[in-house]
Design a protein around this ligand. Structure first.
Ligand SMILES: Cc1cc2nc3c(=O)[nH]c(=O)nc-3n(C[C@H](O)[C@H](O)[C@H](O)COP(=O)(O)O)c2cc1C
Ligand SMILES: Nc1ncnc2c1ncn2[C@@H]1O[C@H](COP(=O)(O)OP(=O)(O)OP(=O)(O)O)[C@@H](O)[C@H]1O
Length: 209
């Protein structure tokens, strides 16, 4: 349990979670940049209006990092803290592994059934399942899907983890930090969280004390 400003977030693996109703947003969320933040906040707001728990479903490591296509912008712990500070009810972490990446899009749709989503918020380019076969169109055949508008920076470019990685690689840490938004500095966690290893399938019990 992560507590922040009175809000509490439960962090679970995909094997632990089960909810009778929810509103879900899904993504790798590496860095939890300003685009991610708008998506997650919109999902939490919608969940509150519908009166159901908000769920952020993410992957560790980020798939692009797993496949060696990118270096991570932050650790799992930093990502969880940045997500939890926005106040979702639940964060679900799927361990992205050699076995997991072979799960088909249809199997992942079944996984989502564990939380019975009333609606799912994602960006238009969201893909899922082995070989990225699952599209937003497929997702919309099974669930009510809300497509989040793309968040752009002042210069008009879409904010993405890829762009922030490139800015960092070019040494432009000021612009990278700006696109990551507030709280972009590494956040220290309580020892309780650091001691737990999600890979062991344990539930996190985290307090911000
Ligand atoms: C069950 C599952 C299997 C996946 N398998 C692959 C894969 O084989 N190749 C790949 O590039 N990405 C794979 N992904 C990652 C997705 O393409 C995507 O990165 C992920 O769903 C997160 O979405 P986002 O990148 O929009 O944040 C898989 C995702 C899921 C949920
Ligand atoms: N700028 C943005 N505005 C709104 N939604 C976004 C934005 N960037 C990503 N998203 C959405 O957030 C979720 C997670 O996306 P993802 O983790 O792939 O971020 P990304 O910045 O596109 O990463 P990468 O550049 O590594 O592909 C997806 O549903 C995606 O569509």
């Amino acid at each position: 349990m992560f507590s922040y400003d009175g809000a509490q977030t439960v962090i679970l693996t995909d094997r632990q979670v089960r909810l009778p109703r929810s509103l879900v947003t899904i993504g790798a969320f590496d860095g939890v940049h300003r685009g991610h933040q708008t998506l997650v906040r919109g999902a939490i707001r919608d969940a509150q209006e519908l009166g159901v728990p908000s769920v952020v479903w993410t992957f560790d490591p980020p798939p692009k990092v797993f496949f060696g296509r990118a270096r991570p912008l932050c650790t799992l712990e930093e990502k969880l803290v940045r997500l939890a500070r926005m106040g979702p009810d639940v964060i679900v972490v799927s361990r992205f592994s050699e076995t997991y990446c072979r799960r088909s899009a249809e199997t992942f749709l079944g996984d989502l059934g564990r939380v019975n989503p009333m609606r799912i918020h994602v960006g238009a380019d969201f893909r899922f399942g082995s070989k990225q076969a699952g599209t937003v169109a497929l997702l919309a055949q099974h669930f009510d899907v809300a497509i989040a508008p793309e968040v752009r920076c002042d210069g008009g470019e879409v904010i993405s983890s890829t762009r922030i990685r490139a800015l960092r690689a070019d040494g432009d840490s000021a612009t990278a930090k700006h696109l990551l938004g507030a709280d972009s500095d590494a956040l220290r966690l309580s020892g309780a969280m650091a001691k737990h290893d999600l890979r062991l399938g344990e539930e996190y019990h985290v307090s911000s004390d």
